[in-house]
Design a protein around this ligand. Structure first.
Ligand code: ADP
Ligand code: MG
Length: 279
């Protein structure tokens, strides 16, 4: 795993390296007719080039909302989000999202067309031929050669996610946003996809902001992990996860860190329960 330390090598040193993404004091809210819901409260983090930065927290803590903020779909009520130093106030092709759902592909287009369509419409390519070449390259990278002309309904869940990842990477965004991309997959496929994502990262060193509620997945996929408290999401800790990989999942060190994060995540809840019990 020695090759996977680029992001962290930078973390402790070289203050002159500018962050790709700078999230400072960001509070995000939803206004419905009856309620004002605070999804995240004053969240700070910075993502540097080639980071595999993970947002980890329980369901409902505002992870997807944070990604929506970074993607430019939701404006902070407090704080600021900057991408390469520029204030984010709208969506753009410099940020591409990969979702959990298998239906994020266009069902009437083939694997290849799903990618070329995004490239042409996203403004990355003006010519079909160029788009096609790029699409084929990324289809190969995600090991889907032979399925170029297949329609999404013929593919397994894992294969659909590979297409979505290929499409996202083909756009060559400054940062790839992944919202629990493997959460709907069976355990074995999920593990395989995690390994494939890391292999892709070894090859291209893209910058990724990855959301999960799985502590194990966060430690396996991430180079850095931001631990968020339950609703509303607030930063609990930021951890270096570079030392962990599929090879040391069962190790005492891995298990100890998993337990530490678990306690960190649920400390508030435990305290609340104790107070209720005592009261
Ligand atoms: P996570 O992705 O961590 O599971 P979300 O970001 O989806 O959490 O949601 C954070 C909070 O915001 C939750 O309390 C959720 O109910 C609320 N929320 C999410 N989307 C909306 C919406 N469109 N309108 C109102 N409330 C929402
Ligand atoms: Mg979510």
């Amino acid at each position: 795993m020695g090759g996977r330390t680029a992001g962290a090598a930078r973390a402790g040193a070289a203050p002159e390296v500018a962050p790709i993404l700078d999230v400072q004091g960001v509070t995000l809210q939803y206004k419905t007719k009856e309620h004002l819901i605070t999804a995240t409260y004053r969240v700070d983090f910075r993502v540097y080039p080639a980071d595999r930065f993970v947002l980890l927290g329980p369901s409902g803590c505002g992870k997807s909302t944070l990604l929506k903020g970074v993607a430019g779909f939701l404006k902070p009520v407090e704080g600021e989000i900057r991408l390469k130093g520029k204030h984010v106030d709208a969506p753009g092709p410099d940020r591409v999202m990969v979702f959990q759902e298998f239906d994020q592909l266009l069902p009437w287009k083939t694997v290849r067309q799903n990618i070329t369509f995004a490239l042409v419409n996203g403004g990355r390519c003006s010519r079909e031929r160029e788009a096609d070449e790029i699409a084929m390259t990324y289809i190969r990278k995600v090991k889907l050669s032979g399925f170029e002309n297949t329609y999404p309904h013929m593919l397994s869940g894992g294969m659909k996610q590979r297409v979505a990842i290929a499409r996202g990477m083909a756009m060559e965004p400054d940062i790839l946003l992944m919202d629990e991309p493997f959460a709907s997959l069976d355990a074995l496929t999920r593990r395989q996809m995690q390994e494939e994502l890391l292999a892709l990262w070894d090859e291209t060193r893209f910058t990724v902001l990855f959301v999960t509620h799985s502590i194990e997945e966060a430690l396996l996929v991430g180079s850095r992990v931001l631990v968020l408290s339950p609703h509303p999401g607030q930063v609990k800790a930021e951890l270096n996860a570079n030392r962990h990989s599929h090879a040391n999942v069962g190790s005492p060190e891995f298990t100890a860190l998993k337990t530490r994060i678990h306690n960190m995540l649920f400390a508030d809840r435990v305290l609340e329960e104790e107070i209720t019990r005592r009261g």
